[in-house]
Design a protein around this ligand. Structure first.
Ligand SMILES: C[S@@+](CC[C@H](N)C(=O)[O-])C[C@H]1O[C@@H](n2cnc3c(N)ncnc32)[C@H](O)[C@@H]1O
Length: 430
C-alpha cells in the first residue's frame, strides 16, 4: 500500500468504529497505535485526523447525499462498505482532494471479498460528481444532528437559537489552555490569543503534548466554559472541597491551583490515573487525595462545606471538539443519564454540611440533564438556589446568566468564537 492508502485505511477503520458506536477518543487511541506501527509522517497523521473528523462531523449530510444516489439500500451488516463510501464522499464534498483521486482511492478499497462492490461504488461516486453540484452547494448542516435531538433543541431553545447553535458547532474546533501562573510569560511563548486573564486560545487543536510548556506543567487543557463552575466558589484557599466525578481532572487542577484542599473522587481507576498524571505534571499534587469508587457506594462519615459535582452527561455541549457525541447517544440514554445525575446529586446533598455549597454542572445542552434536575431538587426543599449573578463573572457575557443559573451555548461569547455548552447551578444546604 502506498502511504496515502495506508492513511485512508486507518481513516476507514476509524469511521467503521464510529459507525459501530466506538467513541472518538478511543478511535484516536487506535489510530495513534496504527501511526506507530506504520511509520506515518506528520502530514499523513494530520490527513488521517482531519479526514476522520470531517467524515464524522458531516456524517448526516454525507449519508443524505449517498442515499440520494442509491438504487437500493446498503446491506445493513456491511458497515465496512458504508465506511468506505462515507470516506470517499467526505473527500468530494468537504476537502480539496481532487475528485479523481477521491474516486480512485475509494474504489481501490473494494478488493477481495468486497470486490463485487467495486462497480457499484464507482457508479455512485461518479453520479455524485456529475449531479450533486457540491462545489457550490451550501448543505443543510442540521442533517448532521439526529432528528430526535434536533427536535428537542428546537423545543428548548426555539428555531432561531438552534440555528445559531448549528452554525457554530460544525466549525473547526479550537483549544483553550488554562495557564497555571506567569501568564504574561507563557503568552509570549505560546502562539495563542488571550481570551481571559488566565486563558489562551489556540486556533488549531493539535496534539497538546507538542505545545510549549507541556513538560514544564505550565498549563492544562480546559475550555473556557468548563472553567466557570470552580470560579463560582469564590475564594477557596485552604478550604476542603469534595470534587465528585473528578477525572480527568481539569476542574481538580483549577481547585488546587486556587489553593483548595481537594478530595477528588471518580468511579474509574483508569481515569483517576490520568488525573494524577495531569496533576503531577502540573506540580499541584500537594493538597490532593484521590479516591476511586462509585460515589453512590461511597461511605463517608465526613460532611463537606464545598462540593463540586460535574456529573456524567451526554456531552453535547462539547460537540465542536467531539462531533461523535451527536451519534453515540439516543433519547433513552438521556433519560438514563438524567436518572444517574439525580442519584448523584441526591447523594451529594447528603454529603454536604448545613449551609454548605454545592455546585452542580455538566456539559450537556439538554434541560433534562440540567435545569429540570435542579428544579426538581429545589422543590424537595433540602437545598435552595444560591443565585449566580452576572457581577460575579464580569468578564463573561450577560447572555449566559439565566434564572440565577448559568446556561452557556456554543455560540455565546461570539467575539471570541464561542465556548462549550455548559449548565451550572449553585446550591446551598438548608
Ligand atoms: C464529565 S466527566 C468529569 C470531568 C472532570 N470533572 C473534569 O473537569 O475534568 C464525568 C466523570 O464522572 C465519572 N463518573 C461517572 N459515574 C460516576 C459515579 N457513579 N461515581 C463517581 N464517578 C462517576 C466518570 O468516570 C467521568 O470521569
Amino acid at each position: 500500500m502506498k502511504n496515502k492508502d495506508k492513511s485512508r485505511e486507518i481513516v476507514k477503520i476509524g469511521i467503521q468504529k464510529h459507525l459501530q458506536g466506538v467513541i472518538l477518543k478511543e478511535i484516536e487511541v487506535i489510530q495513534n497505535k496504527y501511526f506507530q506501527e506504520n511509520y506515518l509522517d506528520i502530514r499523513d497523521k494530520a490527513f488521517v485526523k482531519n479526514l476522520t473528523l470531517i467524515s464524522i462531523r458531516n456524517r448526516g449530510v454525507i449519508e443524505n447525499v449517498i442515499s440520494k444516489y442509491l438504487e437500493r439500500p446498503l446491506p445493513k451488516r456491511q458497515i465496512e462498505i458504508k465506511a468506505i463510501l462515507i470516506m470517499g464522499v467526505a473527500q468530494l464534498l468537504f476537502t480539496r482532494v481532487e475528485d479523481y483521486a477521491a474516486v480512485n482511492t475509494t474504489v481501490n478499497f473494494f478488493e477481495g471479498r468486497l470486490k463485487k462492490w467495486r462497480g457499484f461504488s464507482n457508479a455512485i461516486l461518479r453520479k455524485i460528481i456529475r449531479k450533486e453540484n457540491y462545489k457550490s452547494k451550501k448543505y443543510d448542516l442540521s442533517l448532521n444532528i439526529p432528528n430526535w435531538l434536533l427536535k428537542l433543541w428546537v423545543r428548548q431553545y426555539g428555531r432561531e437559537e438552534t440555528e445559531k447553535i448549528i452554525n457554530h458547532i460544525f466549525k473547526e474546533p479550537y483549544l483553550d489552555l488554562n495557564i497555571k501562573k506567569d501568564f504574561d510569560y507563557w503568552k509570549n511563548e505560546i502562539n495563542g490569543i488571550e481570551i481571559m486573564n488566565n486563558t489562551l486560545r489556540l486556533q488549531k487543536s493539535g496534539d497538546p503534548k507538542k505545545i510549549k510548556g507541556y513538560k514544564e506543567g505550565a498549563w492544562w487543557v480546559q475550555n473556557l466554559g468548563a472553567q466557570i463552575p470552580v470560579k463560582l466558589f469564590g475564594k477557596i484557599k485552604n478550604e476542603k472541597v469534595l470534587d465528585i466525578c473528578a477525572a480527568p481532572g481539569g476542574k481538580t487542577a483549577q481547585l488546587l491551583n486556587e489553593g483548595a484542599l481537594v478530595t477528588a473522587l471518580d468511579i474509574s481507576e483508569k481515569k483517576n490515573k490520568k488525573l494524577m498524571f495531569n496533576i503531577y505534571r502540573l506540580n499541584l499534587e500537594k493538597n490532593l487525595s484521590v479516591i476511586s469508587i462509585d460515589f453512590l457506594k461511597w461511605n463517608s462519615k465526613e460532611k463537606f462545606d464545598k462540593i463540586l459535582l460535574d456529573a456524567p452527561c451526554s456531552a453535547t455541549g462539547t460537540v465542536r471538539k467531539n462531533p461523535d457525541v451527536l451519534w453515540n447517544k439516543d433519547e433513552k440514554d438521556i433519560e438514563r443519564l438524567s436518572g444517574v445525575q439525580s442519584k448523584l446529586l441526591s447523594k451529594a446533598i447528603n454529603t454536604l454540611s448545613k449551609n454548605g455549597i454545592l455546585i452542580y454542572c455538566n456539559c450537556s445542552m439538554q434541560f433534562k440533564e440540567g435545569e429540570n434536575i435542579i428544579n426538581f431538587f429545589l422543590k424537595k426543599n433540602e437545598v435552595k438556589l444560591l443565585p449566580i449573578k452576572a457581577g460575579e463573572l464580569k468578564l463573561f457575557p450577560k447572555e449566559i446568566f439565566k434564572n440565577g443559573m448559568i446556561r452557556t451555548l456554543p455560540y455565546n461569547y461570539n467575539q471570541i468564537d464561542g465556548l462549550d455548552g455548559f449548565f451550572i447551578a449553585r446550591l446551598i444546604k438548608k
